[in-house]
Design a protein around this ligand. Structure first.
Ligand code: ADP
Ligand code: MG
Length: 234
């Protein structure tokens, strides 16, 4: 798969297969293409060559079928992207009601279960601005889970949080990983990478430079670029 922004070759011959249940942490310096990789996976960004398949099904580039298949990919961004004028419960039920055509009572019941699971059941009727950053990000995770995605993408989900709220979001993600969710996580949280990842991918300049286990990657990175990167952040 390749992706260009005009003349800029941002993703170069990326060939990535993630087996069901695997937790992949994507590392790499700023500008290496990590966010673009996430965005291409659910076709928020078009690609210039190659295919994107979820559960063996090609994701169409556009059209009606895209909405349903895109819903198989849950995404959590650095900014929480909750709808400010809807309650937390409404934020979580919106997708199931609109895209999955779930009954309202069922959507609400499931939303409450999900809010319970991410530890903010008592915030259901509040508006996003009334929650802390960590709670908002957990609401965003619940909202993504409400669509029953086959894979969850996280793009630096803790980067915008105050330090004391980082762990609660990482704990929620670790729980999800333990429950067997297939996950692709862009993060600079090395503790999470060591503990929760099955696989570490290191990107630089739009290429996958290393693809290994966390043990191997942290103990003995093979490339100069990865050594350099680790030297700067550890
Ligand atoms: P990362 O998430 O690893 O920091 P990005 O995927 O955001 O990297 O960016 C990869 C490269 O693509 C960078 O050179 C960035 O400037 C460029 N880029 C990202 N988004 C756009 C865009 N919408 N238009 C043009 N260039 C972009
Ligand atoms: Mg990014």
């Amino acid at each position: 798969m390749d992706k260009f922004f005009g003349p800029l070759h941002v993703l170069k011959d990326i060939n990535l297969e993630v087996p069901r249940g695997q937790v992949v942490v994507v590392l790499g310096p700023s500008g290496s293409g990590k966010s673009t990789l996430c965005r291409t996976i659910n076709r928020l960004e078009p690609i210039n060559s190659g295919v994107i398949a979820i559960d063996g099904k090609d994701l169409p580039a556009e059209g009606k079928a895209l909405a349903g298949l895109r819903a198989d990919v849950g995404m959590v961004f650095q900014q929480f992207n909750l709808f400010a004028h809807k309650t937390i419960l409404e934020n979580v039920t919106l997708g199931p009601l609109k895209v999955r055509r779930t009954e309202k009572a069922e959507a609400e019941q499931r939303a409450r279960q999900l809010l319970e699971r991410v530890g903010i059941a008592n915030q259901a009727d509040k508006y996003p601005a009334q929650l802390s950053g960590g709670q908002q990000q957990r609401a965003a995770i619940a909202r993504a889970l409400a669509m029953k995605p086959k894979v969850m993408l996280f793009d630096e989900p803790t980067s915008a949080l105050d330090p004391e709220m980082v762990q609660e979001v990482l704990d929620t993600m670790t729980d999800l990983a333990k429950e067997g969710m297939t996950m692709l996580v862009v993060t600079h949280e090395m503790g999470f990478a060591r503990k929760a990842a099955d696989r570490v991918i290191f990107m630089a300049d739009g290429e996958v430079v290393e693809d290994s286990t966390p043990e191997d990657f942290f103990k003995a990175p093979k490339s100069d670029r990865a050594r350099d990167f680790l030297g700067k952040i550890l």
